[in-house]
Design a protein around this ligand. Structure first.
Ligand code: SME
Length: 153
C-alpha cells in the first residue's frame, strides 16, 4: 500500500479509536499501539509537558528516558521551536538524546491544546536511516490534530 493510503487509513482509525473516550492515558496508549503496530517503527510514543519538562508518556518500543528539558534533544527542540523536526540521521543532530543506541532516524511532532499551546510531542524512531520525510510530517501533524481534538482539549 502507498504511504499516503496507509496514513489516510490510520487517521480514520485513530479517530474512531479515541473519540468518545475520556481517558487520556488509555487514548494515547492505544494510539501509540495502533501506529506502532501498523508501521515498521522502532519506538512510537508521547512525551507530555509536566512541571516545565517533557515527561515520558504512553509508548511502544524499548524503555526510554523519563524527562527531557526544553530545547534539549530532538523532542525538546520541537517543543521549543513549536515545529515538526525530521532527522534523517540522528548522529548528525547535535544534542540528540540516544534512548536506544539502535535508533538511526527520527521524527518529532508537537501536540497542542485548544489554545494552540504545545502540551507535548509525538516522537517516532526508526532503526533505518532517513525513514521519515515531508509526507510523514504532514500526516503525523494531521494525527496530532486529531489527538488535540479528542484527548488534549
Ligand atoms: N531521541 C529523542 C529522545 C527520546 S527517545 O528517542 C524515545 C530526542 O533526542 O529528543
Amino acid at each position: 500500500m502507498d504511504k499516503n493510503e496507509t496514513y489516510r487509513m490510520l487517521v480514520k482509525q485513530v479517530e474512531s479509536l479515541i473519540e468518545g473516550e475520556n481517558n487520556p492515558v488509555g487514548q494515547l496508549a492505544n494510539t501509540a499501539a495502533l501506529l506502532h503496530d501498523t508501521m515498521d517503527w522502532w519506538w512510537t510514543g508521547f512525551y507530555l509537558i509536566l512541571n516545565g519538562e517533557l515527561r515520558l508518556g504512553p509508548f511502544q518500543g524499548p524503555v526510554a528516558c523519563y524527562s527531557i528539558k526544553r530545547g534539549r534533544g530532538v523532542c525538546g527542540t520541537a517543543w521549543d521551536q513549536d515545529r515538526t523536526i525530521v532527522v534523517p540521521d540522528v548522529e548528525l543532530f547535535e544534542g540528540h538524546i540516544a534512548c536506544s543506541s539502535l535508533s538511526r532516524s527520527e521524527i518529532v511532532v508537537p501536540l497542542h491544546d485548544s489554545q494552540g499551546n504545545v502540551v507535548g510531542v509525538l516522537d517516532i524512531d526508526s532503526k533505518e536511516l532517513a525513514t521519515f520525510d515531508e509526507v510523514d510530517a504532514q500526516w503525523l501533524e494531521e494525527i496530532a490534530r486529531v489527538i488535540s481534538r479528542h484527548v488534549l482539549d
